[in-house]
Design a protein around this ligand. Structure first.
Ligand SMILES: [Zn+2]
Length: 273
């Protein structure tokens, strides 16, 4: 259903330019992965990414992630930009545009990027994801990024596991707390933001994340509003790995409303006779 609906929404959006009606003043957080790498995970082309940034610069106030919670009812349409996985295509293709448009962003990197550590080899899904021309940034590359105040390097676990599958509390601790410590000591920065891999969580993981980090973001599946009541360690995001017309529709208040209605309808038990 939803896959067809966005086209009508996007068409209406562009036709009558009703952004003030369909995009309320509440903030949005966008999630990107690969940029400009064919077959890269969640990839969009470099040109498409530039279209996004140009549109965001014209229509929104792009802010650093915590700002969306500090003033969620600000008059400007605040948008925070985030990247997951710490992929090298950020450096090759996205970063020059981030600098050109002066867009602050958060880069959620893996402990596995740090040279002195290992740990990727036991995660088949991560290895499959990286069997593309894209790759993880190296420790040196991440270190370079920390020099630029536009980019905030933060944590996305150690090896990108499905957190609910980790039965061993020690493993969970390594993925959530260990990743923070590893990145902090290797990059000499404070890490207080976390992104859940695969948008998956568990009560144990949630507890550890909220004890360890000030902010945590979810994947692109939950398109709920960000308000003063939003839990800082469960901030919803919108997937940016799509063409601009679809992104603007996904960011619109209308689509968030419809999405929430679908979720509510699914949650309702089917009436029985
Ligand atoms: Zn990821």
């Amino acid at each position: 259903m939803e896959s067809d609906r966005w086209k009508w929404g996007a068409w209406l959006y562009w036709l009558i330019d009703v952004d003030d009606l369909v995009f309320d003043s509440l903030p949005r957080v966008i999630m990107y992965h690969s940029i400009g790498v064919e077959n890269g995970y969640g990839n969009i082309s470099t040109n498409e990414f530039q279209r996004h940034l140009r549109w965001l610069a014209q229509h929104t106030d792009v802010v650093d992630l915590p700002a969306v919670l500090d003033s969620p009812d600000a008059a400007d349409k605040q948008v925070a930009v985030t990247f997951d996985d710490g992929l090298a295509s950020f450096l090759w293709n996205a970063y020059p545009l981030i600098q050109k448009y002066q867009v602050p962003c958060t880069m959620f990197a893996l402990g596995a990027s740090i040279r002195s550590r290992s740990g990727t080899s036991n995660n088949q899904q991560l290895l499959e994801r990286l069997e593309t021309p894209d790759r993880l940034m190296s420790e040196d590359e991440l270190n370079e990024l920390t020099e630029d105040e536009l980019v905030t390097v933060e944590a996305h676990t150690w090896t990108h596991p499905e957190l609910p599958t980790l039965q061993d509390p020690e493993l969970l601790h390594t993925e959530i707390v260990g990743a923070k410590r590893c990145l902090e000591s290797a990059l000499d920065v404070d890490i207080d933001r976390f992104a859940y891999p695969y948008n998956e969580s568990s009560p144990e993981a949630d507890e550890l994340v909220s004890d360890t980090y000030e902010y945590a973001v979810l994947g692109g599946g939950r398109r709920s509003r960000i308000t003063a009541a939003t839990n800082p360690t469960a901030i919803p995001r919108i997937d940016g790995g799509v063409e601009l017309e679809r992104l603007t529709y996904n960011m619109a208040d209308l689509s968030i409303h419809l999405r929430q209605r679908d979720v509510d309808a699914e949650a309702k038990p089917t009436p029985s006779l």
